[in-house]
Write a protein of this length. Structure first.
Length: 65
């Protein structure tokens, strides 16, 4: 059986903090990718006149890929 000593506690706390940060970054990345894909899908369905109205071109939309 493994026991944690008093001196291991700070190291475990640091490791847990790093793992939590990695999880946070992964959630942020997935959320951002989902948001970008939704924006791309919405822009693809606009015609060229509508894109021009918001200051974009078809090339701008294709560059989002």
């Amino acid at each position: 059986m493994t026991t944690t000593t008093q001196t291991d506690a700070p190291a475990l706390s640091i490791a847990a903090g790093r793992i939590a940060r990695l999880v946070d970054l992964a959630v942020i990345a997935v959320t951002e990718r989902s948001r970008r894909r939704a924006t791309y899908r919405a822009l693809v369905h606009l015609d060229d006149r509508e894109l021009d109205d918001i200051g974009l071109s078809r090339k701008d939309v294709n560059d989002l890929r």
